[in-house]
Design a protein. Sequence first.
Length: 115
Amino acid sequence: MGAANTLMYFLLANALVYIVGLSGDVAAYAAYTMILPVSFVAHRRVTFRSNGDRTTELVRFFLLQAMSLSIIAAVNYVVAGYPSSFAWIGFALISLLIPLANFIVMQFWVFNGSK
């Protein structure tokens, strides 16, 4: 599920820049926010097969997303000087860093009552 979410983010963020015309930083946040509901359900049911308390997991999931948004902010800060035609570079960095951090935190904290 993580790979599907990452691909969905990367394609959506690029579409928001290159088709819709949003700036790279706005597209990064918008795309990430749009995939959150799908991400929660898919990770809970498929990746981690969780039977834990849904409310607790949802709260933890959204706390984790605050960390993920800080990763987006850091990447946006680093790539801010690049022309918008290179926005995909920031999306690629985000697509590498967030899934790695998310998987580890989801495995050991968000969905730890999953099995």
